[in-house]
Write a protein that binds this ligand. Structure first.
Ligand SMILES: Nc1ncnc2c1ncn2[C@@H]1O[C@H](COP(=O)(O)OP(=O)(O)OP(=O)(O)O)[C@@H](O)[C@H]1O
Length: 237
Protein backbone atom coordinates (compact mmCIF):
# COMPACT_ATOMS: atom_id res chain seq x y z
CA UNK A 1 0.00 0.00 0.00
CA UNK A 2 1.31 3.45 -0.94
CA UNK A 3 1.60 6.01 1.84
CA UNK A 4 0.17 8.55 -0.60
CA UNK A 5 -3.20 7.51 -2.03
CA UNK A 6 -4.00 10.51 -4.21
CA UNK A 7 -1.28 12.66 -5.74
CA UNK A 8 -2.16 15.90 -7.52
CA UNK A 9 0.73 17.40 -9.45
CA UNK A 10 0.88 20.74 -11.23
CA UNK A 11 -2.83 20.72 -12.01
CA UNK A 12 -4.18 23.34 -14.40
CA UNK A 13 -7.91 23.75 -15.00
CA UNK A 14 -9.58 26.52 -17.02
CA UNK A 15 -13.15 27.44 -17.83
CA UNK A 16 -12.87 28.83 -21.34
CA UNK A 17 -9.95 31.25 -21.22
CA UNK A 18 -10.20 31.78 -17.47
CA UNK A 19 -7.49 29.84 -15.61
CA UNK A 20 -8.84 28.62 -12.25
CA UNK A 21 -6.29 26.05 -11.05
CA UNK A 22 -2.80 27.25 -11.89
CA UNK A 23 -0.35 24.52 -10.97
CA UNK A 24 -1.95 23.13 -7.79
CA UNK A 25 -0.05 20.24 -6.21
CA UNK A 26 -0.97 18.28 -3.08
CA UNK A 27 -1.17 14.73 -1.72
CA UNK A 28 -3.81 12.85 0.25
CA UNK A 29 -2.28 10.10 2.38
CA UNK A 30 -3.91 6.76 3.04
CA UNK A 31 -6.31 6.95 5.99
CA UNK A 32 -6.16 10.69 6.56
CA UNK A 33 -8.68 13.48 6.22
CA UNK A 34 -7.31 16.45 4.30
CA UNK A 35 -9.30 19.65 4.17
CA UNK A 36 -9.08 22.20 1.36
CA UNK A 37 -9.43 25.76 2.61
CA UNK A 38 -9.50 28.99 0.66
CA UNK A 39 -11.52 32.10 -0.03
CA UNK A 40 -14.61 31.99 -2.27
CA UNK A 41 -13.55 31.38 -5.85
CA UNK A 42 -10.06 30.09 -5.00
CA UNK A 43 -10.68 26.80 -6.83
CA UNK A 44 -11.74 24.34 -4.10
CA UNK A 45 -14.80 22.90 -5.84
CA UNK A 46 -12.97 22.98 -9.17
CA UNK A 47 -10.27 20.77 -7.61
CA UNK A 48 -12.91 18.28 -6.42
CA UNK A 49 -14.65 18.31 -9.80
CA UNK A 50 -11.37 17.72 -11.63
CA UNK A 51 -10.54 14.76 -9.37
CA UNK A 52 -14.00 13.23 -10.04
CA UNK A 53 -13.71 13.82 -13.79
CA UNK A 54 -16.55 16.32 -14.06
CA UNK A 55 -14.06 18.89 -15.33
CA UNK A 56 -11.14 17.96 -17.61
CA UNK A 57 -7.77 19.41 -16.61
CA UNK A 58 -5.76 21.35 -19.16
CA UNK A 59 -2.60 19.69 -17.86
CA UNK A 60 -1.14 18.04 -14.79
CA UNK A 61 -1.55 14.71 -13.08
CA UNK A 62 -4.15 13.17 -10.75
CA UNK A 63 -2.80 9.83 -9.65
CA UNK A 64 -4.67 7.33 -7.45
CA UNK A 65 -2.41 4.59 -6.09
CA UNK A 66 -0.22 5.16 -9.14
CA UNK A 67 -3.08 5.04 -11.69
CA UNK A 68 -3.52 8.20 -13.75
CA UNK A 69 -7.06 9.62 -13.57
CA UNK A 70 -6.61 12.97 -15.35
CA UNK A 71 -8.66 13.04 -18.54
CA UNK A 72 -10.78 10.01 -17.62
CA UNK A 73 -14.56 10.29 -17.33
CA UNK A 74 -16.53 10.38 -14.06
CA UNK A 75 -17.80 6.81 -14.40
CA UNK A 76 -14.30 5.37 -14.86
CA UNK A 77 -12.95 7.42 -11.96
CA UNK A 78 -15.81 6.26 -9.73
CA UNK A 79 -15.00 2.65 -10.66
CA UNK A 80 -11.37 3.26 -9.68
CA UNK A 81 -12.58 4.08 -6.16
CA UNK A 82 -13.27 7.83 -5.96
CA UNK A 83 -16.73 8.63 -4.57
CA UNK A 84 -18.01 12.16 -4.15
CA UNK A 85 -20.66 12.82 -1.54
CA UNK A 86 -23.27 14.59 -3.60
CA UNK A 87 -25.16 17.51 -2.18
CA UNK A 88 -28.42 16.36 -0.62
CA UNK A 89 -30.23 18.08 -3.50
CA UNK A 90 -28.78 15.46 -5.90
CA UNK A 91 -30.68 12.62 -4.23
CA UNK A 92 -33.84 11.27 -5.84
CA UNK A 93 -36.49 12.92 -3.65
CA UNK A 94 -39.36 10.56 -4.42
CA UNK A 95 -37.36 7.38 -3.97
CA UNK A 96 -37.08 5.80 -0.55
CA UNK A 97 -33.96 6.16 1.56
CA UNK A 98 -33.09 2.55 0.77
CA UNK A 99 -33.48 2.97 -2.99
CA UNK A 100 -31.24 6.03 -2.89
CA UNK A 101 -28.64 4.07 -0.96
CA UNK A 102 -28.85 1.09 -3.32
CA UNK A 103 -28.14 3.37 -6.28
CA UNK A 104 -24.70 3.96 -4.79
CA UNK A 105 -23.81 0.26 -4.95
CA UNK A 106 -23.70 0.07 -8.75
CA UNK A 107 -20.68 -2.21 -9.14
CA UNK A 108 -21.45 -4.51 -6.24
CA UNK A 109 -22.89 -8.00 -6.58
CA UNK A 110 -26.19 -8.59 -4.76
CA UNK A 111 -24.69 -10.30 -1.70
CA UNK A 112 -21.96 -7.72 -1.21
CA UNK A 113 -24.43 -4.81 -1.63
CA UNK A 114 -26.69 -6.30 1.06
CA UNK A 115 -23.73 -6.52 3.45
CA UNK A 116 -22.65 -2.95 2.77
CA UNK A 117 -26.24 -1.75 3.19
CA UNK A 118 -26.43 -3.50 6.57
CA UNK A 119 -23.15 -1.81 7.58
CA UNK A 120 -24.58 1.58 6.59
CA UNK A 121 -27.69 1.02 8.68
CA UNK A 122 -25.45 0.08 11.63
CA UNK A 123 -23.58 3.30 11.14
CA UNK A 124 -26.72 5.44 10.64
CA UNK A 125 -29.54 3.97 12.76
CA UNK A 126 -31.57 7.07 11.92
CA UNK A 127 -31.60 5.94 8.27
CA UNK A 128 -32.50 2.37 9.19
CA UNK A 129 -35.60 3.67 10.98
CA UNK A 130 -36.54 5.70 7.89
CA UNK A 131 -35.55 3.22 5.20
CA UNK A 132 -38.99 3.10 3.54
CA UNK A 133 -39.62 6.85 3.77
CA UNK A 134 -39.46 9.07 0.66
CA UNK A 135 -36.17 10.91 0.87
CA UNK A 136 -37.84 14.32 0.38
CA UNK A 137 -39.59 13.90 3.74
CA UNK A 138 -36.29 13.74 5.64
CA UNK A 139 -34.68 16.73 7.33
CA UNK A 140 -31.69 18.39 5.64
CA UNK A 141 -29.26 16.68 8.00
CA UNK A 142 -30.82 13.28 7.45
CA UNK A 143 -30.63 13.79 3.69
CA UNK A 144 -26.94 14.61 4.09
CA UNK A 145 -26.55 11.27 5.89
CA UNK A 146 -28.22 9.52 2.93
CA UNK A 147 -25.77 11.28 0.60
CA UNK A 148 -22.79 10.10 2.67
CA UNK A 149 -24.27 6.61 2.94
CA UNK A 150 -24.84 6.45 -0.81
CA UNK A 151 -21.20 7.36 -1.47
CA UNK A 152 -20.04 4.71 1.02
CA UNK A 153 -22.10 2.01 -0.74
CA UNK A 154 -19.37 1.70 -3.37
CA UNK A 155 -16.71 1.04 -0.65
CA UNK A 156 -14.53 3.78 -2.14
CA UNK A 157 -10.80 4.17 -1.66
CA UNK A 158 -11.34 7.88 -1.10
CA UNK A 159 -14.41 9.88 -0.16
CA UNK A 160 -14.72 13.47 -1.41
CA UNK A 161 -16.93 15.76 0.65
CA UNK A 162 -17.82 19.24 -0.62
CA UNK A 163 -19.23 21.31 2.26
CA UNK A 164 -20.64 18.45 4.34
CA UNK A 165 -21.97 20.95 6.88
CA UNK A 166 -23.67 23.11 4.20
CA UNK A 167 -26.70 24.76 5.70
CA UNK A 168 -27.00 22.40 8.67
CA UNK A 169 -27.75 23.33 12.25
CA UNK A 170 -24.94 23.19 14.86
CA UNK A 171 -26.43 19.96 16.21
CA UNK A 172 -26.22 18.31 12.79
CA UNK A 173 -22.72 19.68 12.19
CA UNK A 174 -21.79 17.86 15.38
CA UNK A 175 -23.39 14.67 14.05
CA UNK A 176 -21.52 15.00 10.76
CA UNK A 177 -18.28 15.54 12.70
CA UNK A 178 -18.97 12.39 14.72
CA UNK A 179 -19.64 10.43 11.52
CA UNK A 180 -16.36 11.66 10.08
CA UNK A 181 -14.50 10.68 13.27
CA UNK A 182 -15.99 7.23 12.93
CA UNK A 183 -15.02 6.96 9.26
CA UNK A 184 -11.50 8.04 10.12
CA UNK A 185 -11.18 5.46 12.85
CA UNK A 186 -12.14 2.87 10.22
CA UNK A 187 -9.34 4.11 7.97
CA UNK A 188 -11.51 5.80 5.32
CA UNK A 189 -9.44 8.35 3.41
CA UNK A 190 -11.23 11.68 2.95
CA UNK A 191 -10.74 14.92 1.06
CA UNK A 192 -13.05 17.68 2.22
CA UNK A 193 -13.95 21.24 1.33
CA UNK A 194 -15.48 22.94 4.34
CA UNK A 195 -16.12 26.61 5.14
CA UNK A 196 -17.17 25.82 8.70
CA UNK A 197 -13.70 26.04 10.22
CA UNK A 198 -14.73 24.35 13.46
CA UNK A 199 -15.76 21.26 11.52
CA UNK A 200 -12.81 21.57 9.13
CA UNK A 201 -10.26 21.61 11.94
CA UNK A 202 -12.05 19.07 14.09
CA UNK A 203 -12.31 16.44 11.33
CA UNK A 204 -9.09 17.02 9.41
CA UNK A 205 -5.61 15.67 10.08
CA UNK A 206 -4.05 18.12 7.64
CA UNK A 207 -5.13 21.19 5.71
CA UNK A 208 -4.02 23.07 2.64
CA UNK A 209 -4.91 26.61 1.62
CA UNK A 210 -5.68 27.44 -2.02
CA UNK A 211 -5.32 30.97 -3.30
CA UNK A 212 -5.88 31.89 -6.96
CA UNK A 213 -5.64 28.25 -7.94
CA UNK A 214 -2.36 27.49 -6.17
CA UNK A 215 -1.51 25.90 -2.83
CA UNK A 216 -0.06 28.65 -0.63
CA UNK A 217 -0.10 27.07 2.84
CA UNK A 218 -0.67 23.79 4.60
CA UNK A 219 0.23 21.68 7.60
CA UNK A 220 -0.86 19.35 10.38
CA UNK A 221 -3.95 20.41 12.30
CA UNK A 222 -2.63 18.94 15.57
CA UNK A 223 0.63 20.92 15.30
CA UNK A 224 -1.35 24.17 15.40
CA UNK A 225 -2.53 23.36 18.94
CA UNK A 226 -5.83 25.14 18.34
CA UNK A 227 -4.21 28.36 17.11
CA UNK A 228 -6.18 28.77 13.90
CA UNK A 229 -5.98 32.55 13.59
CA UNK A 230 -2.87 32.64 11.44
CA UNK A 231 -4.38 30.14 9.03
CA UNK A 232 -7.61 32.09 8.85
CA UNK A 233 -5.67 35.28 8.06
CA UNK A 234 -3.81 33.41 5.34
CA UNK A 235 -7.05 32.19 3.79
CA UNK A 236 -8.65 35.59 3.48
CA UNK A 237 -5.56 37.67 2.58
N1 LIG B 1 -18.65 25.83 -14.82
C1 LIG B 1 -18.02 27.00 -14.69
N2 LIG B 1 -17.88 27.85 -15.73
C2 LIG B 1 -17.23 29.02 -15.61
N3 LIG B 1 -16.65 29.45 -14.46
C3 LIG B 1 -16.76 28.65 -13.40
C4 LIG B 1 -17.44 27.38 -13.44
N4 LIG B 1 -17.37 26.82 -12.21
C5 LIG B 1 -16.68 27.67 -11.44
N5 LIG B 1 -16.30 28.77 -12.13
C6 LIG B 1 -15.53 29.91 -11.62
O1 LIG B 1 -14.30 29.40 -11.17
C7 LIG B 1 -13.86 30.09 -9.99
C8 LIG B 1 -13.55 29.06 -8.90
O2 LIG B 1 -14.76 28.41 -8.53
P1 LIG B 1 -14.80 27.25 -7.43
O3 LIG B 1 -16.22 26.85 -7.33
O4 LIG B 1 -13.78 26.24 -7.73
O5 LIG B 1 -14.34 28.05 -6.15
P2 LIG B 1 -14.45 27.66 -4.61
O6 LIG B 1 -13.09 27.90 -4.03
O7 LIG B 1 -15.03 26.32 -4.45
O8 LIG B 1 -15.43 28.80 -4.12
P3 LIG B 1 -16.65 28.79 -3.03
O9 LIG B 1 -16.00 28.78 -1.69
O10 LIG B 1 -17.33 30.08 -3.32
O11 LIG B 1 -17.51 27.59 -3.32
C9 LIG B 1 -14.97 31.05 -9.65
O12 LIG B 1 -14.59 32.33 -10.10
C10 LIG B 1 -16.17 30.53 -10.41
O13 LIG B 1 -17.03 31.59 -10.81
Amino acid sequence: MHDVLLKITDLHVSYGKKAILRGASFDVRNGECLTLLGANGSGKSTSMNAICGFVKPVSGSISLNGTELAGKGPHTIFKQGVAQVSQARDLFPDLSVEDNLRLGAMQRGKGKAAQVLADIYDRFPRLAERRRQATRTLSGGEQQMVAIGRALMSSPLILLLDEPSGGLSPQFCEEIATIMDQLKSEGVTMLMVEQNLNLAFRAADRFIVLRDGQVVDGGDVAAMAGDHDAIVRNIYL
